[in-house]
Design a protein around this ligand. Structure first.
Ligand SMILES: Nc1nc(=O)c2c([nH]1)NC[C@@H]1CN(c3ccc(C(=O)N[C@@H](CCC(=O)O)C(=O)O)cc3)C=[N+]21
Length: 286
């Protein structure tokens, strides 16, 4: 059984991104810029935003984190997004979610220019993915596909993939990406009848449920590849996935841990998307 460490795979990919940015620097070019907007003082959000900033710095990409107070109004936030849309120095815009409850996330995401939407959440990018056009794909699904590729799972012809979770951020886009690689995909969710029996058919099982250790060994087909997207903060402050890792690890062909699994890949794919945005902007502005 193989453990797929996102922490290691992301280092390798970041090394490649870093080399590309060093080349830009050598050629005297403008460097890519990621701008992150953080509203309020949610501690988890603060720590995620910090790790995104550190990841940028580690590859020589510029990070501009904009901190706005909890009391920020919808209009003030929209104005800030608009300012970044119009700033030719800014390649990627990420509005850290969740927003405080008085703000409307959907209209904020809709205000981000699709060519700077490195989170892949704008409906234009969602529509591009759905219809097979080139656009920005959400970072967590991209990271999952990289993890599968790292164990040789690129052409998924003849394989059953079960995705548990149907969010716009993970389940829906990931199902499309798996299907594009020829997997036969089933999207399961909280209302699925007999989830266990369905999971037992899965050659690739993706858990994005949000319930700690929900997926136990009896859900797993022998030799399956299991990707755990769950990040559950336990009472002792430790992180725990949706998968009961210890119970499953001997049954699976490959499995991702939590932490050090999908999380670090998400951040890494954000950098990759920002470099992609930069390249497209340079074609336009440069
Ligand atoms: N607009 C937006 N885009 C996002 O991509 C986004 C967001 N909002 N809001 C919150 C979620 C969550 N998220 C994570 C990123 C990295 C780790 C990560 O690196 N986790 C480490 C551990 C971190 C720790 O110990 O706290 C790991 O799993 O090993 C986790 C979670 C991105 N998100």
């Amino acid at each position: 059984m193989e453990i797929i460490y996102g922490s290691e795979l992301s280092q390798k990919i970041k090394g490649e991104l870093k080399q590309e940015i060093e080349k830009l620097q050598k050629d005297g070019r403008r460097l890519p810029v990621l701008s992150v907007i953080l509203v309020g003082d949610n501690p988890a959000s603060q720590s995620y935003v910090k790790s995104k900033a550190n990841a940028c710095t580690s590859i020589g990409m510029e990070n501009r984190t904009i901190r706005m107070p909890h009391s920020t109004t919808q209009q003030e936030l929209l104005n800030e997004v608009q300012r970044l849309n119009e700033d030719p120095q800014v390649d990627g815009i990420l509005v850290q979610l969740p927003l405080p409850s008085h703000l409307d996330e959907v209209s904020v995401v809709d205000a981000i220019s699709p060519d700077k939407d490195v989170d892949g959440l704008h409906p234009v990018n969602a529509g591009k993915l759905l219809t097979g056009r080139d656009g920005f794909v959400p970072c967590t699904p991209l990271g999952v596909m990289e993890m599968l590729a790292s164990v040789g799972y690129t052409d998924l012809s003849g394989l059953n993939a079960v995705v548990i979770g149907r969010s716009n951020l993970v389940g829906k886009p990931l199902s499309l990406l798996l299907q594009k690689q020829n997997a036969t995909v089933t999207m399961a969710h909280s209302r699925t009848a007999d989830l266990k029996a369905l999971c037992q058919q899965a050659d690739i099982l993706i858990a994005a449920i949000g319930k700690p250790k929900k997926i136990t060994a009896d859900y797993i087909k022998e030799g399956a590849v299991v990707i755990d997207v769950g990040i559950n903060r336990m009472e002792d402050d430790k992180l725990c996935g949706d998968v009961d890792f210890e119970a499953i690890k001997e049954k699976a062909k490959a499995i991702t841990p939590v932490p050090k699994g999908v999380g670090p890949m998400t951040v890494c794919m954000l950098l990759k998307n920002t470099l992609k945005a930069y390249k497209e902007h340079e074609k336009i502005y440069g």
